[in-house]
Write a protein that binds this ligand. Structure first.
Ligand code: NI
Length: 181
């Protein structure tokens, strides 16, 4: 269990991610949004769609753990979702708003938890046992992974981007790979 102060920072960080994303993307050109500096990873447009979609996934898992005893939590293939939901042609403003709305819903759930509810558990199909608290830490890590990517893509720092992503190796955290998230 995290110290009280850590939980405070966790909530602050999670609350702020939509602001960070919006600020990073301010003024990004259409060309920049659809550039793919790493063939194994999302474009900026696709990243925002992925973040918006995954708010629903996190919420589904957190709600399941809160209301059921040790539920099974399903992993999804984010690369397949990108194709199924046509991320490549999505409207950025809509997706940024959807991410913000989804995060507000997530925060409302986390902020309403009683202290002991943070320890409620579930079992993810790929990563194994998790708690509400460890999943919340994972979400913040996932935020950081993608905000770093956004900053790198915008700065044109693709040469220093990690070579992990869709189609890359599976099983090691933190990487993005089909079925992990
Ligand atoms: Ni991701």
């Amino acid at each position: 269990m995290l110290p009280h102060k850590s939980r405070h920072y966790l909530l602050q960080g999670l609350t702020g991610t939509p602001d960070v994303v919006d600020q990073l993307l301010r003024g990004a050109s259409r060309d920049m949004l659809d550039r793919r500096p790493d063939p194994a990873r999302f474009t900026l447009r696709e990243v925002v769609c992925h973040l918006a979609d995954w708010e629903g996934v996190w919420l589904e898992r957190l709600s399941a753990m809160r209301t059921r005893d040790n539920p099974a939590l399903q992993g999804y293939d984010e690369g397949q979702w990108a194709l199924d939901h046509d991320y490549a042609h999505a409207d950025m403003a809509e997706q940024q708003a959807r991410f913000r709305a989804g995060r507000a819903e997530l925060m409302a759930l986390l902020e309403s938890l009683a202290p002991e509810e943070w320890e409620r558990a579930g079992c993810h199909s790929e990563i194994g046992p998790v708690t509400i608290e460890s999943l919340a830490v994972l979400v913040l890590g996932h935020d950081g992974y993608h905000t770093r990517q956004i900053a790198q893509w915008i700065a044109g720092g693709q040469r220093s981007a990690p070579r992990t992503g869709i189609g890359a190796q599976r099983g090691a955290w933190p990487v993005e790979s089909p079925g992990f998230s």
